[in-house]
Design a protein around this ligand. Structure first.
Ligand SMILES: NC(=O)c1ccc[n+]([C@@H]2O[C@H](COP(=O)([O-])OP(=O)(O)OC[C@H]3O[C@@H](n4cnc5c(N)ncnc54)[C@H](O)[C@@H]3O)[C@@H](O)[C@H]2O)c1
Ligand SMILES: O=C(O)C(=O)C[C@@H](O)[C@H](O)[C@H](O)COP(=O)(O)O
Ligand SMILES: [Zn+2]
Length: 368
């Protein structure tokens, strides 16, 4: 088993990665559960594939479980479902030192973690990520949130989990589309500060998508180690380090908002296209070579992720997309710091980007 420590000051925890972990998770979580029963929040797709296995494993470890099964999809990160999770935890009489299990992708993890941050002013939660995206990114680092009509993740909290258990075998039942979407966040770590890992992605990304066990485990462990290092250095995104994890997200979140947080564009797909746009915008500004920007687009496209804004067929202009960005949480005194690249593996936070230039760039990309 790979064990990666997340050294957050005052709230350290482990990410444990091993094939088959879901089948024996009862013994892993047992020391974290103080009662004879544990609440579990999941979604309908995950329940259909994995509830029986998880429930049996908990039972074998002497734990009963109470389940809240929510609808699948991004729309579940909402006020309505947040209230449902909060009420469920209160009905279960969860105490501050208890843990609720979040079993699912980033939607279930973000929502359950946010509910845990507010119930009784904070109780514990265990992340059991079942998508590639959640295993490489969302289950680690304690960003929890819901979306609102105005934008992505606009209401949330930093609240660290007590434990993260990632079973690569859980990905056997994940759709190719969701696997690709999660892969975008893997590529992100290469583009941020690890050109060697981007090369690894170019070589082994296709095998990872086909379910190659070695490629999966390498991608998960490398990604978690990168994320653990970054969030331990800057837990609350105040030092300009954690913001690097937002590469592609300013464009991506604007596109998610424009497409109504629906399955028209998944989060990972928005991030993939957002990273292509960040590369192309960096090249336009003369920061990155056109060849490097093309290399980013070529890899994203080869994987089957969206690499062209025009191909999305949006009915809007660049100004409208730039307006969505005004809700970005990085906004600072009216300006929007932007993640740009000087090359592959050389991402930096630019503080002097003019949003009207972004809008003009997006008009060109929409028409390309
Ligand atoms: N907190 C963070 O740091 C962070 C990081 C990245 C993304 N996110 C958030 O994560 C969300 C996206 O996460 P996601 O891509 O995991 O989406 P998701 O949770 O919606 O899961 C994707 C789909 O896969 C299904 N699914 C999950 N596990 C499955 C399995 N093992 N087998 C079959 N189907 C399965 C789900 O039901 C859903 O339909 C977004 O809301 C994004 O904002 C948060
Ligand atoms: O953990 C982080 O920090 C990230 O930025 C990871 C992102 O992949 C993730 O999508 C995150 O939820 C975005 O955060 P936001 O603050 O831009 O909403
Ligand atoms: Zn993301």
């Amino acid at each position: 088993m790979a064990v990666i420590p997340v050294a957050i000051a005052g709230a350290p925890y482990e990410v444990r990665i091993e094939a088959g972990l879901l089948r024996r998770l009862g013994s892993e979580v047992r020391p974290f559960i103080r009662k004879g029963s544990v609440p579990v929040v999941t979604d309908a797709n995950v329940a259909a594939q994995w509830r029986e296995v998880v429930e049996a494993s908990l039972t074998a470890a002497g734990l009963a479980s109470a389940w809240l099964v929510l609808p699948a999809g991004e729309a579940t990160k909402s006020w309505e479902h947040l209230a449902r999770v909060v009420d469920f935890l209160l009905e279960q009489e969860i105490e501050r030192k208890d843990n609720v299990i979040a079993l699912g992708g980033g939607v279930i993890g973000d929502l359950t973690g946010f509910a845990a941050s507010m119930v009784k002013r904070g109780c514990g939660f265990i992340q059991i990520p079942t998508t590639l995206l959640a295993q490489v990114d969302s289950s680690v680092g304690g960003k929890t949130a819901i979306n609102t009509a105005l934008g992505k993740n606009l209401v949330g909290a930093f609240h660290q989990p007590s434990l993260v258990l990632a079973d690569p075998d859980a990905l056997d039942t994940l759709s190719l589309r969701d696997t690709r979407a999660g892969y975008a966040e893997v590529v992100k770590y290469g583009l941020i500060d690890d050109a060697g890992f981007f090369e690894w992605c170019e070589q082994y990304g296709p095998a990872l998508l086909k379910g190659d066990p070695q490629a999966r485990e390498t991608a998960i462990a490398k990604s978690v180690a990168a994320k653990a290092r970054i969030v331990a250095a800057d837990e609350k995104e105040t030092a300009g380090v954690r913001a690097l994890l937002n590469l592609g997200h300013t464009f991506g979140h604007a596109l998610e908002a424009e497409t109504g947080f629906s399955d028209r564009l998944l989060h990972g797909e928005g991030v993939a296209l957002g990273m292509v746009l960040a590369a192309r915008f960096s090249a336009r500004l003369g920061l990155m070579t056109g060849q490097d920007a093309q290399r980013v687009a070529a890899h994203i496209g080869a994987i089957g992720l969206p690499a062209s804004l025009a191909a999305l067929g949006l009915d809007c202009d660049g100004r409208r997309l730039a307006d969505h960005m005004l809700h970005d949480k990085k906004m600072d005194a009216g300006t929007l710091p932007f993640l740009l690249m000087r090359g592959i593996g050389q991402t930096f936070l630019a503080k002097d980007v003019d949003l009207s230039e972004v809008a003009a760039f997006l008009d060109e990309e929409l028409a390309a």
